[in-house]
Ligand binder design. Structure first.
Ligand code: PEP
Length: 251
């Protein structure tokens, strides 16, 4: 029922030329993927990647969007700019943005609402720190992040969004949540959505796992029926690794 989605978060890596080269290498390797294949390059690479993915099954995502249509917001990117370049998805609330760039639950909500109103699909990131996990309050923490992120969203809007459960302690560290840990947190997220809306809505929302997912651990994580894909950082920069994850999600 839920089509799996593997999205590569390239973060602040690759120039436009390098981005194009990666797409040229990646596109033949993922052309038979049964999952949705998304790449989210840095903003300045979007034009080059948009051209390079033309005629392939790779879909374009961005790493940020502002909540206003246009104006005096230096350094920000509007939904209209992204749409003109063929962007479909946009990552919102990544823990690196929360940690280093002042992103809050409130701005995550504003960005997500505006993305939806503009016709973009938000990939909303949530996830706990190691401290929260060790204190045994992970489910409550991610549930509160979800409630804040979805504030003011209609049922119809929520059905189409993507959520990435990304434990902060697993991002870029080589430590992966066990499939059972990921399953439990994702179940908590889904039941929060069911509480706010209803079960049928919750069953339509795609929830990815993110945090050091790679070609070796992807199959086990994606074998959980509740995990609808992955948000991939480091491994998305290597065509073979990213293609292997897409293959694991296509089974
Ligand atoms: C991410 O940045 O969303 C991520 C999951 O990174 P990594 O795969 O490198 O842990």
């Amino acid at each position: 029922m839920r089509k799996r989605i593997i999205a590569g978060n390239w973060k602040m890596n690759l120039t436009p030329k390098q981005a194009k080269e990666l797409i040229l290498e990646l596109s033949p390797k993922v052309k038979h993927a049964a999952c949705e294949v998304v790449v989210c390059p840095p903003a300045v690479d979007l034009q080059a990647v948009s051209e390079a993915i033309s005629g392939t099954n790779i879909v374009l995502g961005a790493q940020n969007v502002h909540w206003k249509e246009s104006g005096a917001y230096t350094g920000e990117i509007s939904a209209k700019m992204l749409l003109e370049l063929g962007v479909k998805y946009v990552i919102i609330g990544h823990s690196e943005r929360r940690q280093y760039f002042g992103e809050t639950d409130e701005t995550v909500n504003m960005r997500a609402l505006f993305a939806l109103e503009s016709g973009l699909v938000p990939i909303i990131c949530v996830g706990e720190s190691l401290e929260t996990r060790e204190s045994g309050t992970t489910n409550e923490f991610v549930s509160n992040q979800i409630k804040a992120a979805l504030k003011g969203m209609s049922k119809e809007q929520v059905k189409g969004i993507v959520i990435a459960y990304e434990p902060i302690w697993a991002i870029g560290t080589g430590k992966t949540a066990t499939s059972a840990e990921a399953y439990e947190a994702i179940s908590a997220i889904r039941s929060t959505i069911a509480d706010i809306y209803d079960e049928s809505v919750a069953n339509l929302v795609r929830i990815q796992y993110g945090g050091s997912m790679n070609s070796r651990n992807a199959s086990e994580l994606l074998a959980m029926e509740n995990i609808d894909g992955g948000l991939i950082g480091g491994a998305s920069l290597k065509a073979d690794d990213f293609a292997a994850i897409c293959a694991a999600a296509s089974k």
